[in-house]
Write a protein that binds this ligand. Sequence first.
Ligand code: FEO
Length: 395
Amino acid sequence: MSFIELTADIFWVGVIDWDIRYFHGPAYSTHRGTTYNSYLIRDEKNCLVDTVYTPFAEEFLANLRHLIRPETLDYIVLNHMERDHSGAFPRLMELAPQAQVFCTEKGAEGLRKQYGWTGPLTVVKTGTELKLGRRTLTFIEAPMLHWPDSMFTYVKEDGLLLPNDAFGQHLASSNRFDDEVDSTILMEEAAKYYANILAPFSGQVLRKLEEVGKMALPIKMIAPSHGVIWRKGIGEIVEAYRRWARGETKPAVVLAYDTMWGATEKMARAIAEGIMSAGVKVSVFKLSASDRNDIIRELLEARGLVLGSPTINNRYLPTLAPLLDDLKGLRFKNKLGWSFGAYGWGGGSVREINKELKEAGFELMEEGLGLKWMPDGDELHQCLELGKRIGQAVK
Ligand code: FEO
């Protein structure tokens, strides 16, 4: 599939990356691949919004050539300079040197530093308009959604918002629209994207939603730069972003742990049992067998996080470290935290987990439950009771 017409004379000309399993280097798992979306607007002036990741440049150009000769492109809008969207720009400019380039001031800096681009470009700001003929583009700067250079492009006559990474999902699909894919999978991927990429910028997300709301732009379609295009679920995804950005949570708990000889695992199971007995949803992840980004997605809407590890070298197992590190960067709001773990002589894992959770902005509810050696019946009862207290606290 080389292109899809979104609305009269506006086309998706992106590429599907079926195989990518990690994004941002090793930082983010993409079990379902992704797409790099580029949009062509044919008018008196022909305009392309965003390109694709560098390795797909030739496939992208072949898609484009079905609709237009690159040498007849008038304008190129770059909403964001990260390479998954600007990567094909240098190759495109070899074929379309006549095209005028539009981006934000920070975008211009990125273009020059990343690609050594010295050609002319026009820096745009919020409210800058670009007439194509029958259509007019309006630019809206969106710094930190999710880079300083990010911006949205709005096509007034079609009510089409092109917000680049915002509202995206890493979801490779032969379908291009939200109502053509499984809605549970779609929202799961949209949540994973928000939790792992946009969460630290929730303040900016809220302000941008408010700003765009005040502009009272009729929006009939939101076409992000990854995944499918929102045309049916616009209200749902905008409302979800508002909820996530506010840090609204549900009475649910994520319990993540690792174990050495099974003692901490026994504790984890008993605590989970206690949470369930309080009538609260708990999602349990053994860290050495789980995907960190999926845990973070699950945590997005959960009120509580319970972390467990035995003690090794006076601290927690190394499998907890990447998750704790991410949590400090993602800065979730309104989360409650607990810790637990077994130890042989000195303990220390609970103390160290608490320290990290506090630094990540969690409200610690108890000192943490450390148990010596293998938990016996009474001690497992303590775990069960802890789970019940956790369940009550997140309700
Ligand atoms: Fe999809 Fe920030 O790049």
